[in-house]
Ligand binder design. Sequence first.
Ligand code: HEM
Length: 450
Amino acid sequence: MVVPPGTTGWPILGESMAMAMSGPQKFMSERMKNRSPEVFQTSLLGEKMAVFCGASGNKFLFSNETKVLTTWWPKSIKKALIFPSFTQSSFKDIAALKKGFMQEILKPEALKHYIPIMDSMARDHIESEWAPNKQVKISPLARHYTFSLACKLFMGIDDPHHVKKLADSFNELISGMFSVPLNFPGTAYYRACNAGKRVRQMLLDIIEQREKEISESYKKNEGHNYKDLLSRMLLAVDQDNDKLMNEMEVSNNIIGMLVASYDTTSTSVTFVLNFLAELPHIYEEVYKEQMEIAKSKGSEDQLSWEDIEKMKYSWNVAREALRLVPPAQGAFREAATDFTYGGFTIPKGWKTFWSVHTTHRNPNYFPEPDKFDPSRFDGSGPAPFTFVPFGGGPRMCPGKEYARLEILVYIHNIVTRFKLEKAVKDERIVFHSSPIPSHGVPVHLHPHKI
Ligand code: HEM
């Protein structure tokens, strides 16, 4: 049995530090060159792992999802995120997602209802946090907007103090949960675990309060108006009228949705705007497209699904940003049985990883890979399995459309009000669970004359 070439690096640390130091792009391309361009061995987050590379590696993993692979998340991440009594179960078992809730809240009819909410929240946010300033930092503002929107749509919460308190702990949780799992005072992982406990407690308080409100309204025979994901999960019952999920399960699932959506959407919004500030010729084209839409409506009219469908060039720009700075790095699985790939055996129990970084800057798939060129997405676009910011196959990100709407609504509202100019050139990007601009992307704002 020949396993994929490579080394597992240091005990416990494996090659996690090497990846953090060189950045995932360089880490992957060096190992593809020196070990194997198809599949190589490493150790990340304390686990032996086979990294599948290139379009063929992606295709293999995306197509064999249910045959030889099972869902897997590092125990250290589960420990930081969810209640201890659930850490032995797989995420699949605890996912409300399997109950069809996620399909329910992410289906096209539901998404259509979110557009006016996204639009009016973006307008209010820009009015209060962008417009009064000559210069702003995009990253913290984008994070604030996307988290507030998720709180509103997933939990029906819009009190800014409440949102901020939750966001502070949540930020600490996600910034440390992918770090090396050394759980003692002073480490990022230790802080993440403590932040996780606070987040879970806050969610239990929210859930308890919501249950009270719902039961009061039933008592008064008033009915209620809670349509958010959290309330739906609380109210869901099976054929015997028993609750489908207890409070801890609801909390686990809300945390899962926040983790999946928050860093990813805020990072994409940040980097799309970063490129618009950096590349005036791209900005001009996006501005033209967005102004045409704005002019076709009254100033108080909200964006509609039809408007979003017209934002073709802007979406190509967003996709090019997702190619160059992918917010999610890839995903893990576990080998459910021994199997072979590229002449090597992947033993049962090994973890597998696919990574956006083995294709997104590969010149064989994307000529002049470092050039920002939205025209790559014209026509049929990139070759299959090469552009994979949302993954592929049956486990492809179910929030892709939600993300598209959120990004485009935000771009529309920013671009129709300001031209952006970068205040710090050549800003460095550091990697935690997602790419983070080291200065937060400060930009000068040049408001358009109305
Ligand atoms: C630009 C934004 C986003 C990016 C780049 C992104 C990317 C990804 C990727 C790469 C995966 C892993 C696929 C795999 O396991 O192979 C994933 C899974 C997932 N995403 Fe997203 N995502 C984004 C936004 C969202 C949003 C907004 C939501 C929810 C509203 C969401 C919900 C999920 C969920 C629940 C999963 C797990 C699905 C499963 O395990 O079957 N994502 N996403």
